[in-house]
Design a protein around this ligand. Structure first.
Ligand code: NAD
Ligand code: IPM
Ligand code: MN
Length: 357
């Protein structure tokens, strides 16, 4: 039975890194006779340029009919000043929201070969394996009312709404507990319950769920402390669960512990188990078009896709092993390059992974 995968290259380095991931997918498709079929759509600035909007409804409907989606990244200076309602990032938020992709899994795993590339000391970071579970379709990213309004004194005011319903908190909480069960059985819920009502409720719901998962240890931490602990002693964590904005920020910080943001893949899942897979980083306008971006986060996102949405674990294992082999060979893109290793570009890194499959 064939499986349909939608490819959304996006902007900036998006097409460069997605190209490498697609080569890897095509190779395992052939090797394991997976029956994968690919369809491509525009998202972000590249869609604005053609359709005048960052993601068409037709593209969303096509995505809905696919078994999984692989995305590069969106955004760039070219579209930074257009009307905010059609910014490239809105396309990404639209697909997440319309497909109900509420559970964003961001594993921060330090490959032993990259210990030297981490910003932390080897003894603090080696062996790091944490999972950030970020709520992705609620919180301040989507809360209404929102906008920019003019006050009586003529001054303008920007405003957003941070809110979470009990059911939204409960389902992401369950995701975190279930994930912890398959790992080291610890969940740390990150909030700002000393200040924000929405997160007082968040903490209450997490506590209410905990007795249903007696084999998992639940703790709570304020987000400011969590940011500090992530760079002080990250190995204390197993699963971190948090809201949309805190998860966005903490996962970029966690990325650097693994050597580079170019190493961090992600999965965004809905209640039906359908998923979108993308690197945690953005379109990196500062290096776009130079052929030097690290494609490994996207290649690893493709392998998460095979594992979580398509049930093709053998192929996923092979891709992850190939990434390990390439790192063993000392090949490094500029972002993870350290003394004694060989610096390679995006395409060469893709070639090496293909070779190692
Ligand atoms: P960014 O993640 O694009 O870049 C931050 C820094 O990390 C840059 O120096 C960049 O060169 C580097 N970097 C990122 N990915 C890399 C890779 N694969 N290899 C090597 N280096 C890499 O974040 P930013 O600069 O804040 O944002 C740029 C644009 O991307 C903005 O328009 C933003 O909205 C968008 N963005 C999109 C996504 C997404 O599509 N999921 C995520 C984050 C940011
Ligand atoms: C990410 C990005 C997005 C987010 C932006 C581009 C909308 O930073 O995927 O981490 O904030 O979720
Ligand atoms: Mn982000």
């Amino acid at each position: 039975m064939s499986k349909k995968v939608m490819i959304l290259p996006g902007d900036g380095i998006g097409p460069e890194i997605v190209e490498q991931a697609c080569r890897v997918l095509a190779a395992v498709n052939e090797k394991f006779n997976l029956g994968l079929e690919f369809v491509e759509e525009l998202i972000g600035g590249s869609s604005i340029d053609v359709h005048g909007e960052p993601l068409t409804d037709a593209a969303v409907e096509r995505a809905r009919s696919c078994d999984a989606i692989l995305l590069g990244a969106v955004g760039g200076p070219k579209w930074d000043t257009i009307d905010r309602s059609i910014r490239p990032e809105r396309g990404l938020l639209k697909i997440r929201s319309q497909l109900g992709l509420y559970a964003n899994l961001r594993p921060a795993l330090l490959y032993p070969q990259l210990v030297e590339a981490s910003s932390l000391k080897p003894e603090v970071v080696s062996g790091l394996d944490i999972l950030i579970v970020r709520e992705l379709t609620g919180g301040i990213y989507f809360g209404e009312p929102r906008g920019i309004r003019t006050l009586e004194n003529g001054e303008r005011e920007g405003y957003n709404t941070y809110k979470y319903s009990e059911s939204e908190i409960e389902r992401i909480g369950r995701t975190a507990f279930e994930m912890a069960r398959k790992r080291h059985k610890k969940v740390c819920s990150v909030d700002k319950a000393n200040v924000l009502e929405a997160t007082i409720l968040w903490r209450e719901v997490m506590d209410r769920l905990a007795p249903e998962y007696p084999d998992v240890e639940l703790s709570h931490m304020y987000v400011d402390n969590a940011a500090m602990q992530l760079v002080r002693a990250p190995k204390q964590f197993d699963v971190l669960v948090t809201g949309n904005m805190f998860g966005d920020i903490l996962s970029d910080a966690a990325a650097m512990l693994t050597g580079s943001i170019g190493m961090l893949p992600s999965a965004s899942l809905n209640e039906q188990g359908q998923g979108m897979y993308e690197p945690c980083h953005g379109s990196a306008p500062d290096i776009a078009g130079q052929g030097i971006a690290n494609p490994l986060a996207t290649i690893l996102s493709a392998s998460m896709m095979l594992r979580y949405s398509l049930g093709m674990t053998d192929a996923a294992d092979v891709i992850e092993a190939a990434v390990g082999k390439v790192l063993d060979q000392g090949l490094r893109t500029a972002d993870i390059h350290t003394a004694g290793n060989e610096k390679v570009g995006t395409q060469q890194m893709g070639d090496a992974v293909l070779q190692a499959l």
